[in-house]
Design a protein around this ligand. Structure first.
Ligand SMILES: NC(=O)N[C@@H](O)C(=O)O
Ligand code: NI
Length: 169
């Protein structure tokens, strides 16, 4: 069987809405605070914390780069909480997500955030692990701590192939 292909697409709030929220200033409402010296881009994403002793975690992930085209054999989901990634650089990266069909990830999507865009992956949404491109990159991550297992993995028998449609054939 040939590898199913996923063409990378630009990230937008509308396209990502079934999987979570986009974190950024582009389309977000904001209001002035601090005597007008700061604009607050307010309430950008829905943090979801489930299970026993749930509490939010703030971490920094230093991700090593992947190359394209990217064979993808593994996706995961967090049944007890959302997971937000906000890039601490302008380096390129991918957000890979999938719909669920009775416990099986289907119809993968690969989004390329613009510089300054992050995502909050909603609770229980299948996703690829953090996928920086070109160079090692740091991300602020907000996700769920607590007891219980918050990681479910799925390995594809046939890898998906993530491709950049703009790349030379
Ligand atoms: N395992 C972990 O903390 N990271 C993954 O969940 C990920 O989405 O990168
Ligand atoms: Ni994750």
């Amino acid at each position: 069987m040939t590898e199913p292909i996923v063409a990378i697409e630009p990230l937008s709030a509308a396209a990502f809405a079934p999987f979570g929220q986009v974190i950024g200033t582009g389309e977000a409402s904001h209001f002035p605070i601090n005597n007008g010296m700061t604009d607050r881009y307010h309430d950008l994403a829905r943090i979801e914390l489930g299970g026993e002793e749930a509490h939010p975690l703030i971490s920094i992930f230093r991700g090593r780069p992947y190359t394209l085209p990217l064979p993808l054999s593994l996706v995961e989901r967090h049944p007890l909480g959302s997971q937000a990634f906000y890039p601490l650089s302008a380096n390129p990266w991918l957000v890979i997500v999938a719909e669920d069909d009775d416990g099986r990830p289907v119809r993968l999507r690969a989004f390329r955030p613009a510089p300054g865009e992050g995502v909050n992956i909603a609770i229980g949404i299948w996703h690829g692990v953090l996928t920086p491109l070109e160079r090692e990159s740091d991300f602020l991550v907000v996700d769920r701590g607590g007891t219980g297992s918050n990681l479910e993995e799925y390995r594809f028998e046939t890898p998906w192939l993530i491709v950049d449609p703009a790349a030379a054939p």
